[in-house]
Design a binder for this molecule. Structure first.
Ligand code: ZN
Length: 222
């Protein structure tokens, strides 16, 4: 099984290191002032960070991007083309998108992405999977080697497996920051259909064999 390493701040917000043959991929960057923790975790694995992938443009996922890129100027920064606009603080909606309010914090970054991706593309071993709803261009990342699903905020596991389409009283923040809840529910179903072997969310612990818990979360939100 490929190596997965979860890095957490205060047990609330996660980043992940995914081992590839050419080095490590960082998924999300947590809150500001987290770069040292990410770099230390990579150092402990003895491998360089070669790329930084963002699941979406919210502040608790992009918060240390500038600091990380400053310390790792050669790391390739990757985000979906749609959420790259939010990273640049362009808050406009596309004509075909639901007219709902963009919720949550979009602080933007000084760092520009080196590469933008569309669903279906590959980033090393990771397949980019469309999962809009929490944000318009939210993506999940499926490790094609072992079906680990890095789902960003398309599910949360803190306070139990939940979708952002219905409030989880034990951890309501991601629901409150969700743009369009019906779309988020559609995405939750699409991710469940991928039959992930484990669910690695932006908030909460990694959940092994998550199918039943994902089904229950979808049923609660439907
Ligand atoms: Zn978010």
């Amino acid at each position: 099984m490929p190596e997965m390493h979860r890095i957490s701040r205060f047990g609330l917000v996660n980043a992940y290191l995914v081992a590839e043959e050419d080095g490590l991929t960082v998924i999300d960057t947590m809150l500001p002032r987290s770069a040292g923790k990410v770099i230390a975790a990579a150092g402990a694995r003895g491998a360089p960070i070669v790329r930084i992938v963002l699941t979406h443009a919210h502040g608790d996922h992009v918060g240390s991007l500038d600091e990380l890129k400053g310390r790792l100027p050669d790391a390739e920064v990757i985000i979906s083309a749609r959420d790259a606009r939010l990273l640049a603080k362009d808050m406009s909606l596309d004509p075909g998108e639901p007219r709902d309010k963009l919720r949550g914090s979009y602080p933007g970054t000084e760092t520009l992405p080196d590469r933008t991706v569309e669903p279906g593309e590959r980033i090393g071993s990771l397949e980019v999977v469309a999962s809009p709803g929490h944000t318009p261009g939210h993506v999940a990342l499926l490790d094609t080697r072992d079906r680990s699903l890095y789902c960003g905020d398309a599910y949360t596991t803190l306070g139990g497996v939940a979708t952002p389409a219905k409030v989880n009283p034990l951890f309501p923040l991601v629901y409150m920051a969700t743009w369009h809840r019906p779309t988020a529910l559609d995405s939750a179903r699409a991710l469940r259909a991928l039959e992930p072997a484990r669910l690695a969310a932006g908030h909460g612990k990694v959940v092994e064999s998550p199918a039943a818990a994902m089904d229950a979360a979808i049923a609660r939100a439907a």
